[in-house]
Design a protein around this ligand. Structure first.
Ligand SMILES: NC(=O)c1ccc[n+]([C@@H]2O[C@H](COP(=O)([O-])OP(=O)(O)OC[C@H]3O[C@@H](n4cnc5c(N)ncnc54)[C@H](OP(=O)(O)O)[C@@H]3O)[C@@H](O)[C@H]2O)c1
Length: 266
């Protein structure tokens, strides 16, 4: 039988955007294991439903899935209105949905990819937060957790617009904390280095060979590693606010310093 590690997360309601894959799906599982109830959103409904069903069966929790695109403000607002009407406003909002596109110098960049990154990583996070925070303020409780990135600390070649979106997330984590001083609401970000997910396949627009190479020769973080940090941040006692938690694989010390081993090397 699974024993939850953090009893204070049991029966809390957690909303996770981008829960159909990667880090978001792992975060859903980590909270499910604590007995939290889940509100999951993403565009690929079949993947969400499959995950939701597994978590309901394994952990006996409530899981509601919603097909939604964080870039569409009316969809975000309609979701939150429905949650409010049904008494399911979350205690914890995890703004995870995000992506990168391409790794091109700015003068060769693709503006369609820039729009996707800015609309998802920055505006989507803002729409979700704006819709849910007023309810948290009224209750004077809640926790907003952003999935930022070490790309929000250090710029790397070709990262330009993706870096800018994650720098924006960092600024919003800080700014929201200032705006909420005097309330009991916490705002945190968990900022990972290299994590092996579908992220690079999306970045390189389905070029699987190129995506695979990103993770070769070293041990990247897994989605579960990041989810465990998110769980820890959420489980901290109410007077403790882990504002930014940066997590790298041991083989990566910053975006430039990555130790790759030759084949056969231990
Ligand atoms: N992987 C890394 O190395 C890494 C490092 C640092 C930070 N991050 C951050 O971690 C977060 C999760 O990325 P990941 O690595 O788990 O990538 P992933 O495996 O590609 O998962 C991304 C998730 O976001 C969802 N999503 C994307 N656009 C969306 C939209 N417009 N509306 C709703 N959901 C959307 C996707 O679902 P649908 O396609 O079904 O909508 C998917 O569930 C992102 O914010 C990313 O920037 C990743």
């Amino acid at each position: 039988m699974h024993v939850p590690v953090s009893p204070n997360l049991s029966r809390r309601r957690v909303l996770i955007t981008g829960a159909s894959a990667g880090i978001g799906a792992a975060i859903a599982r980590a909270f499910a294991a604590e007995g939290s109830h889940l509100e999951l959103g993403a565009r690929r409904m079949a993947k969400l439903e499959e995950l939701g069903e597994r978590l309901r069966q394994e952990y006996g929790i409530e899981v509601n899935c919603r097909r939604m695109d964080v870039r569409d403000r009316s969809q975000v607002e309609a979701w939150v209105e429905d949650l409010a009407q049904e008494g399911r406003i979350p205690d914890i909002l995890v703004n995870n949905a995000g992506l990168s596109r391409d790794l091109l110098p700015i003068h060769e960049g693709r503006p369609d990819g820039w729009d996707e990154m800015i609309d998802t990583n920055v505006k989507g996070l803002l729409y979700m937060t704006r819709a849910i925070l007023p309810y948290m303020v009224t209750r004077d409780s809640g926790h907003v957790i952003h999935i930022g990135s070490t790309a929000g600390d250090t710029v790397y070649p070709g990262g330009n617009v993706y870096n800018a979106t994650k720098f924006a997330v960092k600024a919003l984590t800080e700014g929201m904390n200032l705006d909420l001083v005097g309330t009991r609401i916490r705002v945190s970000s968990v900022d990972p280095g290299l994590v092996e997910t579908e992220f690079s396949q999306v970045r390189f627009r389905g070029d699987e060979e190129r995506a695979r190479k990103v993770y070769q020769g070293y041990t990247p973080l897994s989605s579960e590693d990041v989810a465990e940090v998110v769980r820890y941040v959420a489980a901290a006692p109410p007077h403790v606010n882990l504002v930014r938690t940066v997590v790298y694989p041991t083989d990566q010390r910053n975006p430039y310093v990555l130790h790759r081993r030759e084949e056969g090397e231990e």
